[in-house]
Design a protein around this ligand. Structure first.
Ligand SMILES: NC(=O)c1ccc[n+]([C@@H]2O[C@H](COP(=O)([O-])OP(=O)(O)OC[C@H]3O[C@@H](n4cnc5c(N)ncnc54)[C@H](OP(=O)(O)O)[C@@H]3O)[C@@H](O)[C@H]2O)c1
Length: 327
């Protein structure tokens, strides 16, 4: 099969090769998927670029997310058939061979039916970004009639969180640091209020949008940077959910104020959802994308032969949205 891989960490243009490898065969309990689209996430290029850590495996085919068609079933797999359109997740989590290849063989629980109204490129975004966004909203608790603040809503995860929070009945306030075109896009995605993250008085603007008691929930892409304001704008009994890789490795929280107001914190690491949590998140996402107008924001697609360029683009360009390899 044709695949992209690296055998050492480093810059994409120096370490990524695209060539021929032998195709995997499905072990018992696995599903062989003919991959049509493979999504790139920050974790993919951060792992590939991290020269401080040894590679987990001698050779890595990157990317955890993807979509395609079931090509063969390992012994004992039920509920899927050859030819089914599917999306997959965690393909390169604690496993060497991800989705940047014509074929990937995965445990059946990581292979989900792709709704007919979602194309393969869009299906390759449902793993890390949509699952993280959905899980973050789930952790906020019942959303109907509540107000949630999502900084970073122009991001891959944030845009899904915004749309899932709206679907759950929340009033959604977002902020963006990237100007009026992003603000327009966020309104089109359903945001009730869009604030300017560069406004020196963001806090006043947020409190005025939220109402006197503050916001009921915050889904934060960069908690270490935003914690001070988050603690001031969160309402009593509020929930703060952090999913972004921290700009600083630790943060200070005001224990007395937090305890007195009954505030809770949750941290999401999507790769480590329990099997039950993953089933609930995946089923809810499949329902949401098949029955609602969820938008998948594709920044750019690349052919597999341009995998190194695609990694560079995902890592360094300021384009918003998903970068997807078509295979
Ligand atoms: N925990 C997990 O399981 C998990 C899963 C997926 C991703 N992540 C991590 O989450 C982060 C975001 O991923 P992504 O794919 O959504 O990235 P992304 O598409 O690059 O989006 C991040 C967005 O956050 C905004 N932003 C940047 N700094 C901010 C700040 N200090 N406060 C508020 N907003 C800020 C930017 O938008 P504006 O300029 O428009 O404001 C940016 O577009 C990455 O660090 C990624 O590694 C974690």
């Amino acid at each position: 099969m044709r695949a992209g891989w690296y055998d050492r960490p480093g810059p994409a243009s120096e370490v990524i090769t695209v060539g021929q490898m032998s195709s995997p065969a499905p072990n018992p309990g696995e599903v062989l998927v003919r991959v049509h689209a493979s999504g790139i996430n920050p974790s993919d290029y951060k792992r590939r670029g991290n020269t401080k850590a040894a590679l987990e495996f001698p050779r890595i085919i990157p990317h955890s997310d993807g979509s395609g068609v079931v090509a063969a079933l390992g012994a004992g797999v039920q509920g899927l058939r050859e030819g089914d359109r599917v999306w997959v997740y965690n393909a390169q989590w604690r496993r060497p061979f991800g989705t940047a290849a014509e074929f990937v063989s995965l445990p059946a629980r990581q292979v989900k039916l792709l709704p007919g109204n979602v194309n393969f490129v869009e299906g390759a975004c449902l793993g890390i970004p949509a699952m993280t966004g959905f899980r973050a909203v789930q952790l906020c608790g019942p959303m109907r009639g509540r107000t949630v603040y999502i900084p970073g809503a122009t991001g891959r995860v944030g845009a899904y969180a915004l749309q899932f929070a709206k679907l759950a009945g929340a009033r959604v306030i977002v902020s963006t640091g990237s100007g009026s075109s992003s603000a327009e896009e966020l309104k089109a995605l359903g945001a009730d209020t869009v604030l300017d993250r560069n406004n020196p008085d963001l806090e006043t603007a947020l409190m005025s949008a939220a109402g006197r008691s503050g916001v009921d929930a915050i889904i934060d892409v960069n908690l270490a940077q935003n914690i001070d304001m988050d603690e001031r704008v969160i309402a009593e009994n509020g929930v703060i959910v952090s999913f972004g890789a921290a700009s600083r490795p630790s943060l200070r929280i005001s224990l007395s104020g937090r305890r007195a107001r009954n505030i809770s914190f949750h941290f999401v690491f999507v790769y480590l959802l329990t099997p039950e949590q993953a089933v609930s998140v995946c089923e809810s996402i499949t329902d949401a994308v098949s029955s609602s107008e969820i938008r998948h924001r594709i920044a750019r697609t690349f052919p597999l032969d341009e995998l190194a360029r695609a990694h560079d683009f995902a890592e360094h360009s300021s384009a918003k949205g998903h970068v997807v390899i078509e295979i």
